[in-house]
Design a protein around this ligand. Structure first.
Ligand SMILES: *Cc1c(COP(=O)(O)O)cnc(C)c1O
Length: 411
């Protein structure tokens, strides 16, 4: 026997234990998809002499409103700012309670703290990973004023049921659509369903402007307030002030915020928006490779991801849900082993009620929201972006199989 061949017999040794990684180069979780159109538009803006909120921001808002089917779209500098302003213009403040899922990015709940209201978590549905409508009703008190509905991963919450509950109790519905640009719910685009919806254009989101966000609404009164609050509370938009040929005095009507978007950001957004449908097709091509590999593995689950005219998951996250009873190690160890194979996996999210701020302020125990807690210990997000090739997706599959084969208890 040729002893030199020994290393090849050991290719199944995990990289984390000294073996060869599945990939030579690191595969990023969600790199942005930027090309010449965006770059040329940014350069055009830089040369135009108008850098902050201006004509391109207004055009981006108009095109965005049309895409999601809303009357108004008000751009901001982040989804977090959009959620904060949504609470402010809804008149939610000290002493109020707002219901939110614990399985989300911290911003969904932090903004409730920003207006001195109390975030009230409700548990999730173990299959959709969205807030369970049945749990909402049980959490309503005389102080409850609103709900922030987060479309986890890009799968719409059951909005009909949420609206029915909110109408019955007189609650405001705000959607956190950070994952949900191009999500459809019963034939409607997210952004056209509730009084206020906030989108994120952060660098890893389906549509990116580097940093940025958008609020959509059909309510002219709310739209007007949002425009004023997003720019210092000045009674007139800077763009109107600076393009008007006559002097327009600006008056402070609210103690507003500095949340406006720039034309540099909008330059990216205009082109990202026009490509959303084709970028989504590319996401689904990668998702198909994952589906084919994992749908038959009985200790792995995924979120439902419908993709038709009626219901559409935006495929922001492709999440694997592990049956941890079948493994000899924790999810964190599986995650680390995959990283060592040069696969950029991530966790979205550890349940918020177990994070120090919320745990300590409200005295939460992990088992207060058992499904969100357990889910937070058994999920993992695979690389997902329009730049993920079929070959890349196959590398991910290979690495997942390699790692789970190694860590299964009963093989
Ligand atoms: C990214 C994200 C946000 C925050 O978006 P920013 O634009 O970075 O403020 C809020 N909620 C969820 C669910 C997110 O994933």
């Amino acid at each position: 026997m040729d002893r030199l061949k020994m290393p090849f017999e050991n290719t199944d040794l995990l990289a984390i234990e000294g073996g060869n990684p599945v990939r030579e180069s690191f595969l990023s979780l969600a790199p942005p998809s930027i090309d010449g159109d965006e770059i040329d538009e940014v350069v055009d803006t830089l040369k135009s002499g108008w850098l902050s909120t201006g004509p391109k921001t207004m055009r981006f808002e108009e095109e965005f409103a049309k895409y999601v089917g809303a009357k108004y779209a008000i751009s901001v500098n982040s989804c977090t700012a959009g959620l904060h302003l949504s609470l402010v213009v809804s008149g939610i403040g000290a002493g109020d309670e707002v219901i939110v899922t614990p399985l989300t990015f911290c911003a969904s709940a932090n903004v409730i703290e920003h207006v001195n209201a109390r975030p009230v978590f409700v548990d999730i549905d173990p299959s959709t990973l969205n807030m369970s409508p049945a749990a909402i009703e049980a959490a309503i008190t005389p102080r409850t004023r609103g709900i922030i509905a987060v479309h986890y991963g890009g799968l719409a919450c059951d909005m009909d049921e949420i609206h029915q509950i909110c109408n019955k109790h007189g609650l405001t519905v705000i959607e956190d659509a950070a994952h949900a640009i191009s999500t459809k719910y019963k034939g409607r685009m997210v952004g056209s369903i509730s009084p206020l919806t906030s989108f994120s254009f952060y660098a890893n989101k389906n549509l990116t402007t580097g940093e940025g966000g958008m609020i959509t609404t059909d309510d002219a009164g709310l739209a007007d307030k949002l425009l004023v609050y997003r720019l210092h509370g000045l009674g007139r938009d800077a763009w109107q002030r600076f393009t008007s040929r006559r002097y327009v005095p600006a008056e402070v009507v609210y103690a507003g915020y500095k949340y406006n978007m720039t034309d540099i950001q909008a330059s990216l957004g205009l082109h990202q928006l026009r490509k959303q449908e084709s970028l989504l097709v590319r996401r689904y091509e990668a998702a198909k490779v994952y589906d084919e590999a994992f749908s038959t593995v009985d200790y792995l689950r995924t979120q439902p991801h419908p993709n038709d005219e009626i219901d559409r998951h935006a495929m922001h996250l492709y999440v694997l849900i592990f049956d941890m009873d079948q493994f000899s190690v924790s999810r964190n160890q599986i995650l680390e082993a995959l990283m060592a194979e040069n696969i950029g996996v991530s966790l979205h999210y550890r349940s918020l009620h177990t994070n120090p701020f919320y745990r300590d302020k409200y005295g939460y125990k992990p088992e207060d929201y058992p499904v969100a807690y357990r889910t937070g210990e058994q999920i993992l997000s695979l690389p997902m972006s329009p730049r993920l090739t079929i070959e890349d997706a196959r590398d991910v599959v290979k690495a997942v199989h390699k790692v789970i084969r190694h860590y299964r208890t009963c093989v």
